[in-house]
Design a protein around this ligand. Structure first.
Ligand code: ADP
Ligand code: MG
Length: 780
């Protein structure tokens, strides 16, 4: 509300005011009779008051609130106020009202008769007698003269002098003077309440004299101070002036968010060099006009600096016993893995600052790599962030773009640090084996820097252009296929291999973890849905084929969705899902036991293969037809696999007699070896044993036992050499209902490392020579 007086042409001071008025509370100043003021009202109740008053006689009461910031709905008002007359109403665009009001009478409230929508009170008019005696004339004239002096020396608007000259009511003269004296509301109110004119004139004269004195005194002080302004103050004044000039030019950047930024910069803890850079940028920012695009660039940069957790760490609370409990709570099984994680954490606890190796969880999808990382973060009390490196080909994705690029941003590492909000999160680099690299620069070299404890305390993001300390971060990486991780990266990691789950493990994970989670996610409870053990096993066996439990979880979600839909559409009671009615929930069976899909006969053998997503059965088919001893190989076989087929044939030719193979076949027949599925590329030497078995079975016309699967590399002499990926291969065999597995003798140790309940019920045949394998595979 403006406090400037303006002269009012209409004189409504003779209007009768009645005995009840709507009351508008004022905050922070006192309205005097004889004054004209523009008032702004915003709240709805005041607006309604104005609307109603305009429809009537335009007169309402204006009374000051006892508190400057009082509650508008609480009529804690002074008793004495003013009756005002509305001359004009302007409705502003923002919905507020601007009214021009003049104070016409002095009033006193007797009683409030209404609280809402606005206050209404019974009032009485307080007299303002215009007695003219000599004393009053003298007091009034003196007041007018001194008031004019005041206007001159304090640079008040010169119109005030004209206004003063136009007044002849001594009350009004006193009130106008009083309103320009900068005295506080309570004192103003006191003046308003004075009844006797002489008392009023004396009181105001005294206040005016006081005011003049203060002004003269402060002028004197200023003079002395000004003469010895030192360099600092001079700079301060110049800056003030500069700011004023900028403001004039419309380059006023001291907007609220700049002030805010400055405050944040002041409060935040930053490394010394970063502070220097940030302050320079702040300085620059306040010189750029906010309309320029540079401004946004500079401001975004500063915000990044301010948002990053340069010095903010979370407190580790690593309790090994608790960690063990936490890991067990979130994950079923994985005993060996958990043990190694606990050991790793224990070492970290002992050597808090140790730049230990970086953990790498390797294994097929859905075996719990990511969720183990989350559990570790939880148990250590660290934030968890994750980026997926799958398909990252560009160094700048890791390290960001220089700020000279339009729309440049920091790289993913720094972005994740901002997300973490602490400088010591657990940072998971997912699918590190899927990093690409091409002409856009090699992201693995940037990662190398991230993961190297010797270098990562000064990690440089191109966008930030100042070093960020990553040394407190705990990195964990994950991979499906270790061979694809660039060598130097792999050297920094301590690999923990997670193999796939057995059916029994999956059953337990499903029952103890996934099911509960899916129920919650679908708003269901155990009273709504029950899946029997046989039901779970059916999902595992007939609706999924995977090493992990991802699809299993998805299929359970699908069951939950059907049940949720049924409930929504009116079904009541508990739904029980078992092996038999699973079809109603998941549709027709998707997977049959692999061996059952082949029409079994001589020439067909079951091999075992390792893939990045787990082990699989690999069927080798051999057939022969009339010809003259050529051999054809199909099924997208790689060179190594073709060579191993050739070696198998050579071995059989060389040992035809012992194997009971008719040698004539080699010149009268053509052979064909096919490995389905034909579209998937396959390679490696580990199918050697299966090749020999398949061909021998073909030539001797004796079928291979359906329950036997095999893996192993062969030599021309018939030795069986060890192979990799044994655990995954065994798991795949178990999944498919195989009961006998032929393995190279030297792979025995892999099996002894596996838990007993996985290998239970499986007969392992460890062989040194191919003859031994043939004996098992082709029972005479
Ligand atoms: N041993 C386990 N116990 C409980 N839940 C598991 C286990 N292994 C995996 N899961 C769950 O399976 C899902 C997939 O696991 P995830 O960590 O994403 O696998 P990955 O990262 O290895 O691909 C997650 O919901 C996870 O919690
Ligand atoms: Mg994952």
């Amino acid at each position: 509300m403006s406090k400037h007086a303006s002269s009012i042409n209409i004189d409504p001071s003779d209007l009768p005011i009645g005995s009840s008025l709507p009351i508008l509370p004022l905050h922070g100043f006192v309205f005097f009779p004889g004054m004209g003021f523009p008032l702004q009202v915003k709240d709805n109740s005041s607006k309604q008051l104005i609307d109603d008053t305009l429809l009537k006689d335009r007169i309402f009461g204006i009374i000051t609130h006892k508190e400057d910031e009082g509650d508008p709905n609480d009529p804690n008002l002074f008793d004495v106020g003013v009756a005002g007359y509305i001359h004009k109403l302007i409705k502003n665009e923002d919905g507020s009202y601007q009214i021009l009001v003049s104070g016409i009478k002095k009033i006193k409230t007797r009683e409030f008769t209404q609280q809402s929508p606005y206050l209404q009170a019974d009032i009485k008019e307080l007299p303002m007698e215009e007695a003219h005696d000599k004393k009053i004339n003298a007091l009034t004239m003196n007041l007018v003269e001194r008031f004019k002096e005041l206007v001159e020396i304090t640079k008040l608007p010169p119109e005030l002098i004209m206004t003063m000259d136009s007044l002849n009511n001594p009350f009004h003269i006193a009130y106008l003077t009083c309103s320009q004296l900068n005295i506080d509301t309570k004192q103003e109110q006191k003046i308003l309440e004075i009844v006797k004119l002489t008392d009023l004139l004396l009181a105001v004269t005294k206040k005016l004299a006081e005011r003049m004195e203060t002004i003269e005194m402060s002028a004197k002080i200023q003079k002395t101070v000004k003469s010895d302004i030192d360099g600092k103050q001079r700079e301060f004044y110049l800056r003030q002036q500069l700011a004023a000039i900028r403001k004039e030019l419309g380059e006023d950047n001291e907007n609220i968010d700049l002030v805010d930024l400055k405050e944040r910069l002041h409060d935040i803890k930053l490394p010394e060099d970063v502070r220097t850079v940030a302050e320079k940028e702040m300085e620059r920012l306040s010189r750029i006009p906010s309309s320029s695009s540079e401004y946004t660039v500079s401001r975004t940069y500063l915000e990044w600096i301010l948002d990053l957790p340069w010095k903010k760490s979370s407190q580790d609370f690593l309790d090994i016993k608790q960690a063990e409990k936490d890991l067990n709570k979130d994950h079923y099984g994985l005993e060996l893995i958990k043990k190694r994680i606990i050991e790793f954490l224990a070492v970290r606890k002992l050597k808090a600052d140790s730049h230990g190796p970086i953990l790498c969880f390797s294994g097929p999808p859905g075996v719990g790599k990511t969720s183990l990382g989350q559990s570790i973060a939880k148990t250590m009390g660290r934030k968890f962030v994750r980026i997926s490196l799958g398909g990252v080909r560009d160094e700048s994705e890791i390290r960001g773009h220089r700020r000279t690029y339009v729309g440049a941003l920091p790289g993913r590492i720094i972005q994740s640090m901002k997300k973490a909000g602490t400088n010591n999160p657990l940072f998971m680099l997912d699918e590190i084996d899927k990093l690409g690299n091409d002409f856009r620069g090699d992201p693995s070299s940037a990662l190398l820097e991230v993961l190297d404890p010797e270098q990562n305390d000064t990690f440089c993001d191109h966008y930030l252009d100042v070093n960020f300390d990553l040394s407190k971060v705990m990195f964990i990486t994950t991979a499906n296929y270790l061979e694809n991780i660039p060598g130097p990266l792999r050297d920094r990691m301590e690999v923990i291999t997670l193999s796939g789950y057995t059916e029994e493990e999956k059953l337990n994970i499903a029952k103890k973890h996934l099911f509960k989670r899916q129920l919650t996610a679908h708003g269901l409870t155990r009273d709504d849905l029950h899946i029997t053990d046989a039901g779970f096993s059916t999902i595992i066996r007939s609706y999924t084929r995977e090493a992990g439990v991802r699809n299993l979880e998805r299929k359970m979600a699908a069951v939950c969705r059907v049940v949720a839909k049924n409930i929504v559409t009116g079904k009541t009671g508990k739904t029980t899902v078992n092996a038999k009615n699973m079809v109603d929930f998941l549709g027709q069976i998707a997977f049959f036991p692999e061996t059952s899909t082949y029409s079994w006969g001589p020439g067909l053998a079951t091999g075992l293969a390792w893939t990045p997503v787990g082990g699989v059965l690999l069927f080798i088919e051999a057939a022969m037809m009339k010809g003259h001893g050529t051999m054809k190989m199909t099924g997208k076989l790689g060179d190594v696999m073709k060579e191993s087929t050739a070696a198998a044939l050579t071995y059989i030719k060389a040992h035809a007699e012992e194997l009971g193979v008719d040698e004539e076949l080699f010149s009268t027949k053509d052979m064909h070896i096919h490995v389905p599925d034909g579209a998937t590329p396959k390679d490696g030497p580990s199918a050697g044993v299966a090749m020999v078995v398949s061909l021998t079975s073909l030539f001797t016309d004796k079928p291979v036992s359906k329950d036997v699967a095999m893996t192993g590399e062969i030599t021309l002499r018939g030795d069986v050499l060890p192979v990799g990926g044994v655990k995954e291969k065994v798991l795949a065999a178990v999944r498919s209902g195989i009961t006998d597995i032929i393995l190279p003798f030297l792979n025995q140790k892999d099996i002894s490392e596996m838990r007993d309940n996985i290998t239970e019920g499986i007969d392992f045949h460890f062989v040194k020579k191919i003859e031994e394998a043939l004996k098992v595979a082709i029972p005479k």
